[in-house]
Design a protein around this ligand. Structure first.
Ligand SMILES: Nc1ncnc2c1ncn2[C@@H]1O[C@H](COP(=O)(O)OP(=O)(O)OP(=O)(O)O)[C@@H](O)[C@H]1O
Ligand SMILES: [Mg+2]
Length: 455
């Protein structure tokens, strides 16, 4: 009989702990549970486990206290929307971190990896902390979704798989593509970028694939296409949803056979190109409408990176607003400006349909127009019509629609929770505040407004 691997799950939230236990048991692990560090140490011998999975923030001591308790590898879970705490955990010797909410596959992979590596490694053989820094220089984000995105960028960059990047306009698709290229082993050769929407339909095939002399009127010389120019490097096809159907057929062939045939040529040449494609459109819908080839869709949908819209990134919005303001003031050589509280609130509540690009433009306009060192709400000229709270059928509106008074975000949070907790459940509250339930719980603890017991 083979011995089952033993895992200890330390998590104070019973729902998460139970879900995790079930998930791991389905993978044939034997799972023990504890709610705190203290309970773990009292109940079990840490050396008996192959892996410990612990939440970072626990009542009493933090999960990282378990790292030094034994030589057993510790995976730290964190929902605390700060990459700092994840980095700190790694520095303290955690073998990996898992951002909550986690994906099942990810947790299973991390556990398997920790067991595998622990079996063969020396105790000091820990991954370097900088492996979990944001992979893109200047790309800001520490909410769980962005951390997950960074993690995936890092993973996928090392492979040659085709990547599809999906995100609304202005979410940072181009930054992500650059990161993938720069982290890959193709970085020595310049990436070739093509905006499929910007090239006239009748020229796109010869632009991309090249043509033979005389292939069509005007083809006075043989020409190498952009795909061939990207040989040994990365080809970035921006707005791939706009690629005409006939060009899609040729592209499919390149992907299937790693060969390229110029327009008007019978010969093909081998190419080694890594394709990264981006679109703000729903390709699946384009497939359903007959505008995008289904076979090509499956070819490029090997690995999809979804960039969340800015409005879903929680506190990242304010972090971005601060950094962009600093940068803009420097660039425009003005004094260092600040936001008024009302401006901060307006930024946090607006929907940002144009995402980070719109935020950049809004801030630049405000900096240019500012006459004092404070940027007031009116300078942002944010259209209140499209404020974040758009669901008309909801019973409550955020206090945004009430007369504006000076409130810090923390006051705002507290007041909102106090005013609405009797009529909204935790899920509704979290949704309205644009944060996860776990994050709501954590803030309740931090601000001393624990959940009321139902009576
Ligand atoms: N997370 C981020 N941190 C800092 N700057 C960002 C971030 N995301 C985007 N930006 C900035 O926002 C602007 C828009 O980003 P980018 O061009 O990559 O978006 P996009 O998704 O390609 O947009 P589009 O769909 O319009 O092509 C750029 O100036 C970029 O530097
Ligand atoms: Mg772009």
């Amino acid at each position: 009989m083979t011995q089952m691997n033993q895992i200890l799950v330390v998590e104070d939230e019973v729902v998460i702990r139970t879900a995790l236990k079930r998930l791991l048991e389905r993978q044939e692990y034997e799972v023990s549970e504890a709610g705190t560090v203290k309970e773990s140490l009292e109940k079990y011998d840490m050396e008996d486990f192959d892996v410990i999975i612990s939440d970072l923030r626990l009542p009493g001591a933090p999960g990282t206290d378990l790292i030094k308790a034994s030589s057993t590898p510790v995976l730290i879970m964190t929902s605390y929307s700060s990459i700092r705490s994840a980095i700190d955990s790694m520095k303290m010797g955690a073998v990996d971190y898992i951002a909550k909410p986690f994906e099942h596959n990810e947790i299973i992979e991390s556990v398997a990896k920790a067991i595998r590596e622990h079996a063969k490694s020396t105790p000091n053989d820990k991954p370097a902390a900088d492996e979990i820094e944001p992979p893109v220089h200047g790309m800001i984000g520490s909410c769980p979704q962005m951390m997950e995105l960074f993690r995936r960028i890092r993973k996928v960059a090392l492979t040659s798989s085709t990547v599809l990047i999906n995100g609304e306009s202005g979410t940072g698709k181009e930054l992500v593509v650059r990161a993938i290229h720069n982290l890959s082993n193709r970085l020595d050769k310049e990436m070739i970028s093509v905006n499929c929407a910007a090239i006239p339909e009748n020229l796109i095939e010869s632009e991309l694939f090249g043509h033979e002399k005389g292939a069509f009127t005007g083809a006075t010389a043989t020409r190498t296409g952009l795909v061939e120019a990207a040989n040994g490097s990365t080809l970035f096809l921006d707005e791939i949803g706009e690629l005409p159907l006939h060009a899609q057929a040729r592209l499919l062939r390149v992907l299937q056979e790693s060969e390229i045939r110029k327009v008007g040529s019978v010969q093909s040449t081998k190419v080694d190109v890594r394709l990264v494609a981006a679109t703000h459109r729903n390709l699946k819908r384009l497939v359903a409408d007959g505008e995008f080839r289904e076979d090509l869709y499956y070819r490029i949908n090997v690995m999809t990176l979804l960039i969340p819209p800015l409005r879903d990134r929680g506190n990242d919005i304010l972090e971005l607003a601060d950094v962009i303001l600093q940068r803009t003031c420097k660039r425009l050589k003005t004094a260092q400006l600040k936001y008024s509280n009302a401006a901060i609130r307006a930024i946090a509540e607006y929907r940002w349909p144009g995402n980070v690009r719109e935020l950049e433009n809004t801030i630049e306009r405000a900096v240019v127009l500012a006459e004092t060192t404070e940027i007031g709400e009116e300078l942002l000229a944010i259209d209140g019509e499209v404020a974040k709270t758009d669901s008309a059928h909801d019973a409550t509106e955020l206090p945004a629609s009430k007369p504006v008074e000076e409130l810090s975000l923390e006051d705002y949070f507290q007041r909102f929770v106090l005013e609405h907790q009797d009529i909204m459940n935790e899920t509704q509250l979290a949704k309205k505040l644009g944060i996860s339930r776990k994050c709501l719980w954590e803030r309740r603890q931090r601000f001393g407004i624990p959940r009321r017991k139902k009576h």
